[in-house]
Every structure is written in structure tokens, then in C-alpha cells.
Design a protein around this ligand. Structure first.
Ligand code: SAM
Ligand code: SF4
Length: 330
């Protein structure tokens, strides 16, 4: 592994990159997208070769962890080819965030192609509520996908749940039991004000991690986990289970001081912070003439100076960031 060359003005080392491989998705989750989304024209989207080239440059600069996300990574044609390619880079951690809709058939090929871990989104165990939140999703398909992922032998599987008041907050205990039964971790996420939506009022729907913890504590004692997750989630353990319960709380817990990550959108925009607009156009470098890997690496190194100190999300749901989460790459 090469020595890390990516450090920002605040002394934070960046060794984790999230790459969005598509802005498209087979779901339309109410917190993530508008119902009638317009997606990017093909020519604006990085090719799989360009994405691999960006990944390679980050690895050359000391990146140890890559996560593929989107949109839904699995709707990108030939995604397995990209996974196979990045799988040869010797990463310490190679992961994907997925809605699970295609995992029933894709879990094993992904594992074989070198993927280590999966985060699978699951907001409800009730087929109707699930449909209501995802607008187009089918719960049974995702549950089959989770089982297939367990059988494929990933190093780790984590369920991600965005909790919304009056929508799925009552299901929190059931979701924890599900994670325990399936022997996977689960993380509860506070909804973030990314992109303008009209489907619900984010301020009213916000269910804080504190509130979710209180719900779970009625059923299980939660002991803070001692190991450092190296990410924004704070983890807890239960006495009688291997399952860890995590909380991502952009509103109530500022995790910026230890932020080690950057994101690259599918248009090749290097985003230095989820909650700020600071970015650098890597596509321009990738499609420049001549294209050199030196130039790409230099652009990435220089971009670190733009990484802001912290994000500012307001709890009333006001949108400060116009990008939808599917554009950012969650
Ligand atoms: N389609 C994949 C999925 O759903 O897992 C990957 C992309 S999705 C944008 C990544 C994660 O972001 C999901 O766990 C999703 O629940 C979460 N997410 C989307 N919009 C969000 C928002 N406004 N606030 C908090 N989390 C959000
Ligand atoms: Fe698609 Fe994931 Fe966004 Fe849901 S959260 S609409 S599955 S990208």
C-alpha cells in the first residue's frame, strides 16, 4: 500500500473514497429523490474505465478503503467488471451500499469479484410501508437479497435504516430484532436535508438518534462499543448478541473533526464534504488532452486544500444543499 499523500488543512488524512457509479435507481425513496427525477445524460456520466482510473489514482495516493454507491450501483450495466477491476487493487476494505433489490442473484458474483462488505438499505419490514417509502420497491426481493448476501460470505453486512417519525419509527424494535436474527449490524440514520422534496416535511419527520436509542433501550441495554468505527456512526453492543447497533446523527452529533473521506459523483465531481458544495471537476482532467495520471493525482492532492472544516445541517429540514443524495453518493 502506498504512503498516504492526502492530508487537508486541518490535519485530517483522507484514506476513504466513496465512488458513485450511477445517479439512476430502481427505487424512488421519499427522502432521497423526487418522484419524477430527471437523470443525467450518458455523456455526462463517467465511463467505467474513467471510474476505475479515478479509483486507481486514489489508491496510488494511499486510499485504503473504497465504497461504491449511487443511485443504485447494481443498475449500472457491467458493474461487475468495475468491481473485478477495483478488486485487484489490494484494498484493505472494499464495500458497496445497495438497496438490495438485485442481491438475490448478484451477491455471490460480487463476493467472488473481490467485494468485502455490503451495506443494505432497509427501512421497513412491512411490505406496504416498504412500498410507500421506496415508492417502487418490493420488500420480498430485498429480504431474499439479504439472505443471499449472508450465504455469499461477506466479511460484514450492515443494514441502513433512515428513521422518519410517523412512518417507520414504530418499527425500530422489530428492525433491531431482524438484525439480531440475521446476525448483521444495523445503523439508524437521521434524515439529511439533501435536495428539495415536497413529499414530507423533513423538519417534522426528523427522528433523532437520541429518540431512536430511547426506543431501543426499552428492549435492550445498549453499551457503547469500545472499537473505533473510523466513520460517522457511533456503535453500541447488546449483551446477548454479536449485532452492533449504530447511529449516524448529522444533526445531533458532529463527526467532522475525524472525517477521513471524500466522494466522487458519477459526473466526476470530487466532493470534499457531504454537507458543503466544495468540489473539483475530475472529469475535465480525465477527458483533457493529453490525459495523464500524474495530472489526475496532482488535481486530487490539491483538492484537499478545499476540504471544509465541518458541515452545517439545520434540524428544521431547510435545504442548504441542492444535490439529491443519489447525486452525491450516500
Ligand atoms: N441505492 C443505494 C441504497 O439505497 O443503499 C445506495 C445509495 S443511497 C443514496 C445510500 C444511503 O443514503 C442509503 O442508506 C439511504 O437510505 C441514504 N439516504 C438517502 N437519502 C438520504 C437523506 N436525505 N438523509 C439520510 N440518508 C439518506
Ligand atoms: Fe435509490 Fe438508494 Fe436513493 Fe433509495 S436511497 S432512491 S434506493 S439511491
Amino acid at each position: 500500500m502506498s504512503q498516504n499523500k492526502l492530508t487537508d488543512r486541518f490535519g485530517r488524512t483522507v484514506n476513504y473514497v466513496r465512488l458513485s457509479v450511477t445517479d439512476r435507481c430502481d427505487f424512488r425513496c421519499v427522502y432521497c429523490m423526487a418522484e419524477d427525477m430527471t437523470f443525467l445524460p450518458r455523456q455526462q456520466v463517467l465511463t467505467l474505465e474513467e471510474i476505475a482510473r479515478v479509483a486507481r489514482s486514489f489508491v496510488d495516493l494511499g486510499t485504503e478503503k473504497i465504497r461504491l454507491t449511487g443511485g443504485e450501483p447494481m443498475v449500472r450495466k457491467d458493474i461487475l467488471e468495475l468491481v473485478k477491476e477495483i478488486g485487484t487493487y489490494g484494498l484493505r476494505d472494499f464495500a458497496m451500499t445497495t438497496n438490495g433489490s438485485q442481491l438475490a442473484t448478484m451477491a455471490e458474483p460480487l463476493r467472488k469479484a473481490g467485494m468485502h462488505r455490503l451495506n443494505i438499505s432497509l427501512d421497513s419490514l412491512d411490505p406496504e410501508k416498504f412500498r410507500n417509502i421506496t415508492r417502487t420497491g418490493k420488500l420480498s426481493q430485498v429480504l431474499d437479497g439479504i439472505d443471499a448476501a449472508r450465504e455469499a460470505g461477506f466479511r460484514g453486512i450492515k443494514i441502513n435504516t433512515v428513521v422518519m417519525k410517523g412512518r417507520n419509527d414504530e418499527e425500530v424494535p422489530e428492525l433491531v430484532e431482524f438484525a439480531r436474527k440475521k446476525q448483521v449490524d444495523i445503523t439508524f440514520i437521521e434524515e439529511m436535508p439533501l435536495g428539495e422534496i415536497s413529499e414530507h416535511d423533513r423538519g417534522l419527520a426528523l427522528c433523532t438518534s437520541e429518540e431512536v436509542r430511547d426506543i431501543i433501550r426499552k428492549h435492550h441495554e445498549l453499551v457503547p462499543a469500545t472499537e473505533d468505527s473510523g466513520g460517522p456512526a457511533r456503535y453500541y453492543r447488546m449483551e446477548d448478541s454479536e449485532t452492533r447497533v449504530g447511529f449516524i446523527s448529522p444533526h445531533s452529533h458532529n463527526f467532522c473533526s475525524t472525517c477521513n473521506r471524500v466522494r466522487v459523483t458519477v459526473e466526476g465531481r470530487l466532493l470534499l464534504c457531504l454537507g458543503n458544495e466544495h468540489s473539483v471537476d475530475l472529469r475535465r482532467v480525465l477527458r483533457g488532452n493529453p490525459v495523464t495520471d500524474d495530472k489526475l493525482r496532482e488535481t486530487i492532492i490539491n483538492a484537499m486544500d478545499l476540504k471544509p472544516e465541518r458541515h452545517h445541517f439545520s434540524a428544521n429540514g431547510d435545504v442548504q444543499i441542492l444535490r439529491f443524495m443519489n447525486m452525491t453518493g450516500g
